[in-house]
Design a protein around this ligand. Structure first.
Ligand SMILES: Cc1cc2nc3c(=O)[nH]c(=O)nc-3n(C[C@H](O)[C@H](O)[C@H](O)COP(=O)(O)O)c2cc1C
Length: 196
């Protein structure tokens, strides 16, 4: 599939980190405004963007092994076809993995939570545990699960700074989410996204 280069991330903004922390809430309903590709790019960068010339990222990772993969389930996004895309941190780009709208199936897999169906986009974190367990054994599972929290919080706080509401969703059937998104990795966390 064709690789789509994302707009370069902004490295400054209008809200302080303190204001973003104070304002963050789980938001479960959104305006139906189309998300700009620039804002989506910024959220993906916040999740796992590369911020150093040796490949280190916005979120810490045990041993810099980066076991997380980030998927964008795109609904109404400026210039993007509806579908599922995988984020490629090294190139700050995405590649489409599924065409068309899978929100109904994804919501059903997430215990029919309506915000998963009705949001403008979902960001799904998946984990390739073997990247961490190859070095750390069983403890690599713990490290990977901790890492998801770092990355997800980055997205939530970046969302606040952009006027985007997010809700972190952990209640879902792992296998069904994996099937719906055709993931080679384990599905770990869904973030629903849309403008306030
Ligand atoms: C690991 C985890 C899983 C969660 N799963 C869900 C979920 O499945 N559905 C949902 O609506 N909210 C979910 N939440 C969000 C919590 O309900 C929310 O953070 C909590 O009510 C506090 O509200 P706040 O985020 O606005 O401060 C989850 C939060 C965490 C940390």
């Amino acid at each position: 599939m064709k690789e789509i280069k994302l707009p370069a991330p902004e490295l400054s903004g209008d809200l302080t980190i303190e204001e973003s922390l104070a304002k963050r809430r789980s938001i479960r309903s959104y305006s139906n405004k189309t998300l700009s590709i620039k804002d989506v790019s910024q959220l993906l960068w916040a999740a796992q963007g590369v911020t150093s010339n040796i490949g280190f990222r916005t979120a810490p990772s045990a041993g810099a092994l980066y076991p997380l993969e980030v998927y964008l389930v795109a609904g109404k996004i400026d210039g993007l076809d509806v579908g599922v895309y995988k984020y490629l941190p090294d190139n700050h780009s995405i590649v489409q993995t599924i065409e068309g709208n899978i929100n109904d199936e994804l919501s059903i897999a997430a215990l029919s939570q309506p915000q998963v169906r009705d949001c403008t986009a979902n960001i799904v974190f998946a984990a390739n545990y073997s990247r961490a367990t190859a070095k750390y054994g069983k403890r690599g599972i713990r490290y990977t699960n901790i890492e998801i929290g770092h990355a997800a919080q980055n997205v939530c706080l970046q969302g606040v700074a952009l006027g985007i509401g997010t809700c972190t969703v952990g209640a879902f059937d792992d296998e069904k989410v994996g099937q719906v998104l055709r993931l080679p990795e384990n599905a770990l966390y869904i973030l629903t996204i849309g403008y306030l």
